[in-house]
Design a protein around this ligand. Structure first.
Ligand code: PEP
Ligand code: MN
Length: 342
């Protein structure tokens, strides 16, 4: 069951409901969105039949929800959501370009990549300080030093930053620098991490697990929402299939399917899907055409020297074409490219 509060509801109204619900032996999880608060109830809700929740101050609606992901479902939240990251929107009206290096390597490399991102029309900067690598011998990221570099580059360029957190113990540290926390495909069902980012007070980008069904992906998002954070953006980044010609298989149908099931924005990562520079622009066009609310793209000033994922990074000569795609494609769908903060 879900209780949707009206915009006029006060903190005291919410607290009274939580008290009534818990007194009846049912657990209540409060999620505060930008516009409204939702209270998810878990347990034997028949104990609340006589409580007249509908009549309590501040309550707009009380609904039974049949999907297992109550808070991120569109069933009780029919309008699609917009998530703001450092003021930049990601949602149904816009296509947001997030770009930057796969990994933060040096201050110079990060700043150059950020300038490349801006030249292509990006309004958010990506870059990993903590890298989840398949091999323990591969570059693991600069950690806290990488976060400080990202913060300096944000200062220099004005671009809010999106960066990955791989360990629940690092969430507060990463959240103290980042504008958006990224949970990667390898951690998409790390439930302790999902709960920690749910409580961190920052928007979250949740990548789809490389072997996750769409329902599992939405359940992972529900873990974040259940801890009080409805500012979640889903990111389709390709799934494992029998095909070896590409790094992963971009599941374009996941975009409209997830958008139909959930009110959360859905973006696409064409870089980690294809894993090849020559596929990034075609897959970006496909992502926007299928209705993605944004794309996240790797760029690097010197991909041949990159410490991570050089083969999929766009280079200077690709930026003009990416900028053109960002100008032309959203308009065909009645959307606009999400603008930078002035
Ligand atoms: C990344 O975006 O840097 C990354 C590691 O992506 P994924 O989790 O999709 O592999
Ligand atoms: Mn990468």
């Amino acid at each position: 069951m879900v209780i949707v509060m009206g915009p006029e509801a006060t903190g005291d109204n919410v607290a009274s409901i939580v008290t009534v619900v818990r007194t009846a032996g049912v657990e209540a999880f409060v999620s505060k969105g930008v516009k409204r608060t939702i209270i998810g109830l878990v347990g034997d809700v028949t104990q609340l039949d006589s409580a007249n929740l509908r009549g309590m101050p501040g309550v707009r609606e009380v609904m039974r929800v049949s999907t297992p992901y109550k808070l991120v479902s569109r069933e009780n939240h029919p309008e699609r959501s917009t998530v703001h990251v450092g003021g930049v929107p990601i949602g149904p009206e816009t296509v947001t370009l997030i770009a930057g290096p796969c990994a933060v390597e040096t201050p110079e490399q990060t700043l150059l990549a950020a300038r490349m991102a801006q030249a292509a029309g990006a309004t958010l900067l990506r870059g990993g300080a903590f890298k989840p690598r398949t091999s323990p011998y591969a570059f693991q990221g600069l950690g806290e030093r990488g976060l400080r570099i990202l913060a300096e580059v944000r200062e220099e360029t004005g671009l809010p930053i999106v960066t990955e957190v791989v360990d629940a113990n690092d969430v507060d540290l990463v959240a103290s620098h980042a504008d958006m926390l990224q949970v990667g495909t390898r951690n998409a069902q790390n439930f302790a991490l999902l709960q920690a980012v749910g409580a961190a007070g920052r928007p979250v980008m949740l990548k789809r697990g490389m072997n996750a069904t769409i329902e599992e992906w939405l359940m992972a998002a529900e873990y974040i929402a259940q801890r009080g954070n409805l500012d979640v953006v889903l990111c389709e980044r390709g799934i494992r299939t029998f095909e070896t010609a590409t790094r992963n298989t971009l599941d374009v149908s996941a975009v409209p399917v997830a958008q139909r099931l959930s009110h959360l924005p859905v973006i696409v990562d064409p870089s980690h899907s294809g894993g090849r520079r020559d596929l990034v622009l075609p897959l970006t066009r496909a992502a926007i055409a299928v209705g993605a609310d944004g794309v996240i793209i790797d760029v690097h000033p010197h991909p041949e020297q990159a410490l991570c994922d050089g083969p999929q990074a766009l280079v200077d000569t690709d930026l003009g074409e990416l900028a053109q795609v960002m100008r032309d494609f959203p308009a065909m769908l009645g959307k606009s490219a999400a603008l930078a903060l002035s």
